[in-house]
Ligand binder design. Structure first.
Ligand code: PLP
Length: 441
């Protein structure tokens, strides 16, 4: 009888007793390839000696000092590291303990920015359907994932949603990528006008949609068109790179590939790579200066913000990624992963789409390839795939409700950046076996 209030109390969980490289081992000694980094977290795999040493060294120095009394050198160093590599004027790093906290901080900062700059009517947030921004009430309110929101609707602040950029399903026949990007930008523009631009604070989007849609990258110019719409109406652009940032797509900041700079970006998972809980919100100088030159105080905060040991782990993670040129590996292995998946499963009747950027890869399943009709949600194919994969010694991150929160099944693969060519081959072989067992062709 467990006294842990587990995520899913009815599920029988094995014990994870050891992590080494790309594998986790259970109490029976069985190894599982962590092909999803948990939930796109463990980008350096498990047991990395450099990160462990950095944590030990920090514990021997000062484990934690409350941020209203002190800063620590390692917190300053990590902020410098991120600032030097962030695009544009994203220069001010606010450290928290995870992704939801980073998004909450971004929402509150956006609101306070408008209060301080004499635009207090700006209160609405617009996000996209099928997005996920976290489970705390503010982040859940702006998220567009119907089933996660449903029971809590009476508690959620009103938010507004527009279409995701989902080319596989929504780009019209004959429509160019640019035409599609413009159509979506027009939808955002229309929504802002409907609410009254003077009432809209920010548009929030995942640069590449992660858990809820399966590594759904936007078409090339989508974010540029979105940036233009936001600028036209004085609306802030908040990018949620909690899952897609910190190298997952082959770029430290995923939006670098789209050639735009948001006003605020949220990062988390890959920042500490699971070695410590840490996230961050990075704000532009324009926003930071408005607060510092206004009230002088961002009215927010958490006990563990800027936690020294968490920052030490994250700095070590980021230094290893840079020292070992792992982002080059992310690009090369990502290309290999998609190509090999297409080779192994491209003709499978239930594999509709294989997509993604870098080592952030999604596979969407269908009932019928031509019509793109989805599998019957009652079959819970995503859950069957996860169960079978675990039997096959493979960790992957599947989810249902890909399209509208109810219909659709996909699997997210997010292997560690340290994967070798042979590791990717083994992941594809176990993944293809799993798919063929659950969905015999
Ligand atoms: N934003 C995105 C895009 C995420 O994928 C997640 C988690 O999956 C979150 C926010 C919430 O992060 P956390 O679970 O660390 O609170």
């Amino acid at each position: 009888m467990t006294h842990v209030f587990h995520r899913n109390p009815k599920q029988q969980l094995d014990l994870a007793v050891r992590g080494q490289g790309i594998r986790i081992f259970d109490q029976n000694g069985k190894g599982y390839i962590d092909a999803s980094g948990g939930a796109a977290v463990s980008c350096l795999g498990h047991g990395h000696p450099d990160v462990i040493q950095a944590i030990k060294d920090q514990l021997d120095t000062v484990a934690y000092a409350h941020s209203s009394f002190f800063t620590t050198q390692v917190t300053e160093d990590l902020a410098d590291f991120l600032q030097q590599r962030s695009p544009g004027d994203l220069d001010h790093v606010y450290f928290v303990s995870g992704g939801s906290e980073a998004v909450e901080a971004a929402l509150k900062l956006a609101r306070q920015y408008f209060v301080e700059t004499g635009q207090p009517s700006r209160r609405h947030f617009i996000a996209r359907r099928q997005s996920y921004h976290g489970n705390t009430l503010g982040a859940l309110a702006i998220g567009g994932n119907a089933w996660r929101r449903e029971p809590f609707l009476p508690l959620l602040v009103p938010a507004h949603h527009v279409s995701p950029c989902y080319a596989y399903r929504d780009q019209l026949p004959g429509e160019t990528e640019e035409g599609y990007a413009q159509r979506l930008a027009q939808e955002l523009d229309d929504k802002i006008r409907e609410l009254g631009a003077e009432n809209v604070a920010a548009f929030v989007a995942e640069t590449v949609v992660g858990a809820t849609a399966g590594a759904l990258a936007p078409v090339k110019t989508y974010l540029q068109r979105v940036r233009e719409v936001c600028d036209r109406h004085g609306v802030l652009l908040i990018l949620d790179e909690v899952m897609s940032g910190m190298g997952r797509t082959g770029h430290l900041f995923a939006c670098a590939e789209d050639g735009i700079v948001p006003d605020i970006v949220a990062i988390a998972k890959g920042l500490g790579a699971g070695y410590q809980p840490i996230g961050a919100m990075i704000a532009s100088s324009r926003i930071y200066d408005a607060i510092v030159g206004g009230s002088g105080f961002f009215q927010h905060g958490h006990t563990y913000m800027g936690h020294a040991t968490a920052c030490a782990a994250a700095l070590a993670v980021q230094q290893v990624i840079e020292r070992d040129n792992l982002l080059d590996n992310v690009l090369a292995r990502g290309e290999q992963l998609r190509n090999e998946l297409r080779g192994a499963l491209g003709k499978h009747p239930n594999v509709g789409d294989i997509r993604g950027r870098g080592l952030f890869v999604g596979v969407e399943f269908v009932q019928d390839k031509d019509s793109k009709a989805t599998l019957d949600p009652a079959r819970k194919t995503h859950a069957l795939l996860k169960k079978q994969a675990m039997q096959n010694g493979l960790m992957m991150y599947p989810m249902g409700g890909t399209i509208d929160g109810v219909h659709g099944d996909h699997v997210l693969l997010a292997p560690p950046f340290i994967c070798t060519e042979a590791d990717i081959g083994e992941i594809v072989s176990r993944f293809a076996a799993t798919v063929n067992q659950v969905l015999p062709a």
